[in-house]
Ligand binder design. Structure first.
Ligand SMILES: Nc1ncnc2c1ncn2[C@@H]1O[C@H](COP(=O)(O)OP(=O)(O)OP(=O)(O)O)[C@@H](O)[C@H]1O
Ligand SMILES: C[C@H](N)[C@H](N)CCCCCC(=O)O
Ligand SMILES: [Mg+2]
Length: 240
């Protein structure tokens, strides 16, 4: 753990694809960086991009200025195993990803890892999932990104249960896109999640990815008060 009580590796998973993991990854990086920590981000498997397309890590770098890394990129916008099969590509193994994360951890205070889709999406030929990666990575905690709308309570609790059953440290939940005019269902969902143990770390306002990067960086810690509290006392390690 860093002095602020955060694990060195923060895995960002979601209740689904398209829930806002990338913008949350960026907000987490910006929050940690604002606390004076050396931060980097890693996307083990990026699908749905061509060789010249930008991907999630480019978006995180654009919004935050932190250095980012990709494990493998695949063309088809689908789960990594079938996407790799379609183009005859070889996926990195779980050991490859763990080695990369450990290497990044050796020269940064914090490594933020963004999954592809949800927790049980398979990342490797041997069917290892982001849950397997999270269970094996040294000093790791998992943050769950959820939608605010109807249906999110079941999806969020399923993801949390999958973490608990595997003994994986859960950091809490972040709502990926919080509307300026929430419905009563959304405020009720938010309040329910906030009352849970390891509850709500924060919510990203709708429109955040369209902010100017300097405005994004200045605002991020305010969107994630639960994380900002934990990172506030964190110290840069002399020899990370
Ligand atoms: N707070 C927000 N405000 C406005 N748009 C948002 C917000 N969060 C996410 N989006 C948009 O929703 C879409 C899906 O979000 P995003 O790409 O972050 O999902 P993801 O969970 O990272 O998906 P993947 O599994 O592909 O990594 C994107 O177009 C993104 O810009
Ligand atoms: C293409 C998409 N945006 C993600 N990169 C991959 C999502 C895989 C989801 C698989 C599933 O749960 O059915
Ligand atoms: Mg993403």
């Amino acid at each position: 753990m860093t002095a602020g009580g955060l694990p060195r590796v923060i895995v960002v998973t979601g209740t689904d694809t398209d829930v806002g993991k990338t913008v949350v990854t960026a907000a987490v990086c910006a929050t940690l960086r604002a606390a004076g920590l050396r931060v980097t981000a890693y996307k083990p498997t990026q699908t749905g991009v061509g060789p010249l397309d930008t991907g999630d890590m480019a978006e995180v770098s654009r919004l935050t200025g932190v250095p980012t890394h990709e494990g493998v990129r695949l063309l088809a916008p689908m789960a990594p195993r079938p996407a790799a099969a379609l183009e005859g590509a070889t996926l990195p193994t779980l050991e490859d990803h763990l080695t990369t994360i450990e290497a990044l951890s050796s020269d940064h205070d914090q490594v933020v890892v963004e999954g592809a889709g949800g927790l049980l999406v398979e990342l490797t030929e041997a069917r290892a999932t982001l849950a397997d990666l999270s269970g094996r990575a040294r000093d790791c905690g998992v943050l769950v990104v959820a939608r605010s709308a109807l249906g999110t309570l079941n999806h969020t609790m399923l993801t949390r249960e999958a973490l608990w059953r595997r003994g994986i440290h859960e950091l809490g939940v972040v709502l990926g896109s919080w509307p300026s005019d929430p419905t009563v269902i959304e405020t009720s969902n938010r309040d329910y999640l906030a009352e849970l143990p390891e509850g709500l770390l924060g919510a990203i306002p709708t429109g955040a990815p369209r902010l100017d990067p300097s405005a994004f960086r200045a605002a991020a810690a305010g969107w994630l008060p639960g994380l900002a509290r934990r990172s506030a006392g964190a110290q840069r390690r002399e020899t990370p």
